[in-house]
Design a protein around this ligand. Structure first.
Ligand SMILES: [Zn+2]
Length: 698
């Protein structure tokens, strides 16, 4: 019946119809032929030329270019959320664009914090008053933010000054054992192992009214170390989700938000200013073991008799921050992401922290673009990430990780972070253990910047009397959300243990050229390792992950734990031991498969699929260490092997953060069940990694 309504179309096929059909079939055949031919060609080409491109990457190093980038980046201070930071955003974006890459900017609307007014004076018993400078003397104060602690509450205090060393529990124990009454006093703290937030919270717990914090440095006693006192990572108004414009935000007085801020005010002061206060103290003698590193001439800890009059007024306000990205699409596995990241925002000029790293990232963009012009296209997608507002608490990277959690969880191969690229001499690297082999391999390809005839690897080994790869246990740079929240294998690296102008107005281009790296050769070395790692992760047919290293590291941790829990009969480490044994077996099997699949048949479709399956197992195994419930008391941190340690009783024994935390509580409560429970949780996490690595269902 329907036919009767159809227009008058002849039943026989028209010549045009037949012609179109032939063309379509021809196109389909041509597409498949070219696609598979091309794929196999590119596969061969990629594997054969990978070395060539790596060599080109290394030989295109240029110290003067990195130096130029750094000079431009540090022409003016660029604190996150302030107008001058926009210029830095534009500079990085333009550079990525001019390198020929696909670029984009992802903005978030987040709560940042800035100072309005600060004053500090000493009141002596004879009635004299002495104003203490709160800024760095001899620095143009108009362009630089007054030293402050981001997210400190506003407030005033008038109380006796007391020196509490690093402000740790055992420091207070020393003072309390002498019968000292600290309530209402103003604490002077010398920065040590605790985070700023932990120092202020501990002081509040002890009844102190306010905290003045200083850092002892060699030769830069006029510098003041700015910093954040925010607890945890990311925008306080959007805990666990991204702070997108128009999205859900908690109110400032919400319990979840309030608990992220300290309850008493604090500011940083210079070592010079701290010296003035310390010399005015009377009262109890300085405990002998506090003297060791204390360079200020001081003999008493107070409290008083001098009184401190202190006021800090700040504002917390909504600000727009911008993460900037360059994307180099992968040719064969565009849905697998290799991420190289560095933050761009700085407290002041940020020459070391973080723009030595930004200059390195820009140079990687330049050199990758050179490779592209020479015919390179990565197998997997590479993303160069420039984060904002790291200094406030890894805000830019955390919001982005929360925004992209599922895509990152299912597609991110590795995250390689560089914050301060160069602080001084000596290479330092941290990694999740399955990446150790690659890290070592790559450092053998890079020249040591401080000797003419050694590789970076040889010098690194010589300096440390062996290989020393640290672990990502702290949450002190942008790798934290990637590893500790999303379970992505990560690396972090830099040159130089620390540097005296950290977070001060003196962290300038001039300081770098005078002290840290006059010829920018150390910058070249970090750029070399960083860029090569990116090339390996992006181009190797089989991901260079070795879980035998992970298992070996976990076995070490169990030994340390065993010693720490030595004579507690009711606690068994057996679940851990068993799950690690299983990890060893699964890792061995994966290594065998890697050998089998890395053979010549690069373009074979069947082999390509098998490799993809193995790569997925290698990539996802790290996710097994995540636990949806997270670490007790800091549930946002999901990784049970690497996460911020509990610092209540010192931050040193940081193996298995959940177990360490429970064990430190046990020393008071004598309660062993929680420790055993945490041991089981870690054992189950390792078991999950084993299942992923094996790849089959139970
Ligand atoms: Zn930094």
């Amino acid at each position: 019946m329907a036919q009767s309504f159809s227009p008058n179309i002849p039943r026989s096929k028209s010549p045009f119809y037949t012609f179109s059909l032939i063309i379509i079939i021809f196109c389909i055949i041509l597409f498949y032929t070219l696609h598979y031919r091309n794929n196999s060609l590119i596969s061969n080409k990629t594997s054969q030329n990978a070395n060539l491109f790596r060599n080109t990457f290394i030989s295109s190093a240029d110290n003067s270019t990195i130096s130029d980038y750094l000079r431009t980046l540090t022409l003016h201070p660029h604190l996150a959320g302030t107008p001058p930071a926009d210029k830095t955003i534009a500079y990085v974006l333009n550079h990525f664009r001019n390198s020929g890459f696909e670029t984009h900017v992802k903005e978030y609307n987040v709560l940042l914090s800035y100072p309005i007014h600060t004053s500090l004076s000493l009141h002596f018993s004879n009635g004299a008053v002495k104003e203490i400078p709160i800024t760095e003397i001899g620095i143009d104060q108009d362009s630089i933010v007054t030293p402050y602690h981001a997210y400190s509450p506003s407030g005033s205090a008038y109380g006796r000054a007391v020196f509490v060393n690093h402000g740790e529990e055992n420091d207070y124990a020393v003072l309390e054992s002498q019968g000292m009454k600290l309530a209402g006093c103003v604490a002077l703290v010398r920065r040590g192992g605790l985070s700023r937030n932990a120092v202020v919270e501990k002081a509040a717990e002890k009844g102190l009214a306010a905290v003045l914090m200083y850092t002892e440095t060699e030769g830069f006693n006029n510098g003041v170390e700015r910093g954040t006192v925010l607890k945890g990572l990311g925008d306080p108004l959007t805990p666990g989700w991204a702070g997108i414009d128009g999205g859900e935000k908690l109110k400032l007085d919400d319990e979840e938000v309030v608990k992220r801020f300290p309850t008493i005010p604090s500011i940083p002061i210079s070592a010079d200013a701290a010296g003035t206060i310390l010399r005015s103290l009377e009262g109890a003698r300085l405990p002998y073991h506090w003297k060791e590193t204390l360079k200020s001439k001081v003999g008493r800890v107070g409290p008083g008799p001098i009184m401190i009059n202190f006021t800090y007024q700040g504002e917390k306000k909504m600000s727009t921050i911008s993460n900037v990205f360059a994307v180099i699409r992968g040719y064969e596995e565009p849905d697998r992401f290799v991420l190289l990241g560095n933050h761009r925002d700085a407290w002041t000029y940020g020459a070391v922290d973080p723009n030595s790293g930004t200059a390195a990232l820009l140079d990687i963009a330049r050199r990758y673009s050179l490779l592209v012009r020479k015919g390179w296209s990565p197998r997997r997608t590479i993303v160069l990430c420039s984060w904002d507002a790291e200094e406030f608490g890894m805000v830019g990277s955390t919001e982005w990780v929360e925004d992209n959690l599922i895509n990152l969880g299912s597609k991110a191969v590795a995250y390689i972070n560089v914050d301060c690229a160069v602080q001084g001499p000596g290479f330092i690297a941290s990694a999740t253990p399955q990446l150790d082999d690659l890290l070592i391999e790559v450092t053998k390809k890079v020249k040591d910047p401080d000797s003419s005839d050694m590789t970076l690897y040889e010098k690194w080994v010589a300096n440390n009397k062996g290989i020393k790869i640290q672990r990502l246990t702290g949450a002190d740079s942008d790798f934290a959300p990637f590893l500790q929240h999303a379970g992505i294998p990560s690396i972090d690296m830099y040159y130089g243990e620390d540097f005296p102008v950290y977070h001060t107005a003196f962290d300038s281009y001039a300081w770098i050229t005078k002290y840290a790296d006059p010829y920018f050769q150390r910058h070249v070395a970090v750029t070399g390792v960083w860029g090569l790692l990116g090339l390996h992760f992006a181009d190797e047919l089989i991901l260079p992950f070795n879980y035998l290293s992970y298992a070996a590291q976990l076995q070490e941790y169990v030994k340390v734990l065993g010693t720490a829990l030595d004579n507690i009969a009711s606690i068994s480490l057996h679940p851990l031991v068993t799950s690690i044994e299983e990890l060893v077996e699964a890792a061995k099997k994966a290594e065998d498969e890697k050998k089998e699949l890395s053979s010549e048949k690069a373009g074979d479709y069947h082999f390509a699929l098998k490799r993809r399956i193995l790569n997925d197992r290698l990539m996802f195994a790290e996710r097994g260490f995540l636990d949806p419930q997270g670490l007790k008391g800091k549930e946002w941190f999901k990784h049970l092997i690497y996460g911020p340690p509990s610092c209540d009783y010192g931050c040193k024994e940081a193996v298995f953060p959940g177990i360490s935390e429970a064990a430190s509580r046990m020393t008071r409560t004598k309660e062993t069940e929680t420790v055993q429970h945490e041991i089981w949780r870690v054992a189950r996490a390792i078991q999950r990694a084993v299942y992923v690595l094996r790849g089959d269902l139970t």
